[in-house]
Design a protein around this ligand. Structure first.
Ligand code: SDX
Length: 435
């Protein structure tokens, strides 16, 4: 039998099939030949939530969930967090290599000069209620950018794609900051081109009446590293949404808005906000054992714990825990850290969590840092979305250039009613149009 093949016997017909194995997968379409007769559509795979289905080939991010490894374009996340800025990592995700100094200078200049929003977009944002959830504002405003840049529909043109990619990476922090200022009734702060990406974000968030905002360098670097850690994560729920929307050739603004919607769910990017709600509900470390008991009895989940891919400690959570110490030296310790540490300590010793390989994920500690920095919990998922825009766009760009890809359209297993007629004795129907 040739190597790298799978031989299957269909016991319904006693026929034998040999399927090629490539990259540890079989092509689902190779199953369609397996039929019980000429009328049979052929076999499909049934995989709710895509638990075991590869949707694409990608060279952007590699995760080894068993060993807790995360790499962007082959570099370990620990090394990138230690040595790079977020914009350098965004460049790496998009172009496959870290930029040299000349490329970096041009890239930062491009991004810096696209941070402004069109005044009509700023005006659009003033119409949200002051208490509008920032993720709703972000998704809506990013979608609205589609109307400002109609040329973005030329998704098959590489230069047009790159122009929109730069605009989105540059403008999302501005949108996030404007929504935050609007929620407080504060005037908008315009971007300051003298500042770095994280410093300018802090400037647009927190500048008051001082002539020039000066960011605390420890907090600016902590934010930059947090952006690096959240930049991409292969085919997660929101990246899959970005690819699915992009596969119909929707413009990148509308596709990113769809990805924002997916990220907002508490099982995904919304978990960082849900962790703070959980820690507040627990109240103090003495209440942790009772909360864990309730979780084990099936009353809710430990937010910030568990992961579809990581069956080991999420490497990002480990780095974030380390950043917390540095941030708290500036901001003062967030008392919720004590509850989180006790929760982790007890959970990691408990058979329920050990047997299910549930470890802290990227969302478990990030919110504690954001809160210490002065962010409201409603902003936490927006802080996740800002860097993830770079990852979504890298995935989208890869999709646009992938010759194997076409519009996403999964099949289904129909389990509904068979053919039936309307029983007109049971209710009056619209009079048939005269023929
Ligand atoms: C992110 O995909 C990505 O890469 C996402 C992300 C990224 O960077 O894009 O990493 C970001 O979304 C991180 C995850 C953030 N979400 C949370 O922290 C929410 C809490 N976690 C869970 O909802 C859950 O762990 C998921 C959603 C993250 C993963 O769910 P799965 O893979 O579908 O696992 P499952 O729900 O089938 O759980 C398996 C078992 C179940 O128990 P049994 O039915 O076998 O008895 O583990 C239990 C679950 O009940 N379980 C938990 C739990 N997570 C899973 N029990 C308690 N607390 C939890 N957090």
């Amino acid at each position: 039998m040739p190597e790298n093949t799978l031989t299957v016997v269909d016991n319904r017909t006693n026929k034998t099939y040999t399927l090629p194995v490539e990259n540890g997968t079989i092509r689902a379409m190779d199953l369609r030949q397996i039929k019980t007769g000429p009328e049979d559509f052929g076999l499909m795979t049934y995989d709710p939530a895509f638990m075991n289905t590869a949707s694409c080939k990608s060279s952007i991010t590699f995760i080894d969930g068993e060993r807790g490894i995360l790499r962007y374009r082959g570099y370990n996340i620990e090394e990138l967090a230690e040595n790079c800025t977020f914009l350098q990592v965004a460049y790496l995700l998009l172009f496959g290599e870290l930029p040299d100094d000349k490329q970096s200078k041009e890239w930062v200049k491009q991004i810096t000069h696209h941070t402004m929003l069109h005044e009509t977009t700023k005006e659009f944002m003033t119409r949200f209620r002051y208490d509008a959830h920032p993720m709703g504002v972000l998704a809506s405003t990013v979608a609205a950018l589609s109307t400002v840049y109609p040329e973005a529909k030329k998704v098959r043109d590489r230069d047009t794609r790159m122009h929109q990619i730069i605009r989105l990476i540059a403008k999302v922090p501005t949108i996030a900051a404007y929504s935050y200022r609007h929620s407080l009734g504060f005037p908008y702060v315009y971007p300051d081109n003298d500042l770095s990406y994280p410093e300018n974000f802090m400037n647009m968030l927190w500048k008051m009446v001082e002539p020039k905002y000066v960011a605390n360098p420890v907090l600016a670097r902590a934010l930059d590293i947090l952006f690096i850690l959240h930049a991409d994560h292969e085919q997660n729920c929101s990246a899959n949404t970005m690819r699915c929307a992009g596969s119909s050739e929707a413009d990148p603004y509308l596709a990113v808005a769809a990805a924002c919607a997916a990220l907002s769910g508490p099982l995904h990017g919304g978990a960082n906000e849900a962790v703070l709600t959980m820690l507040a509900e627990i109240g103090n470390k003495d209440n942790v054992p009772a909360y864990i008991k309730r979780t084990k009895e099936g009353h809710g989940k430990l937010m910030g714990f568990g992961h579809r891919v990581y069956k080991n400690y999420d490497p990002r959570a480990r780095i974030i825990k380390h950043i917390a110490d540095q941030v708290f030296q500036v901001t003062g310790k967030n008392p919720k850290l004590e509850i989180a540490l006790e929760l982790e300590r007890i959970a990691l010793e408990d058979e329920y969590f050990i047997s299910r390989k549930l470890y802290p994920n990227v969302d478990f500690y990030s919110g504690i840092i954001y809160q210490a920095m002065g962010f409201k919990p409603e902003m936490f998922t927006v802080l996740f979305a800002i860097p993830r825009v770079a990852g979504w766009l890298a995935q989208w760009n890869e999709l646009m250039e992938d010759k194997e890809q076409k519009i996403s359209r999964p099949r289904q297993v129909y389990v509904g009613q068979e053919l039936r007629k309307i029983d007109t004795s049971r209710f009056s129907v619209v009079k048939a149009m005269s023929r």
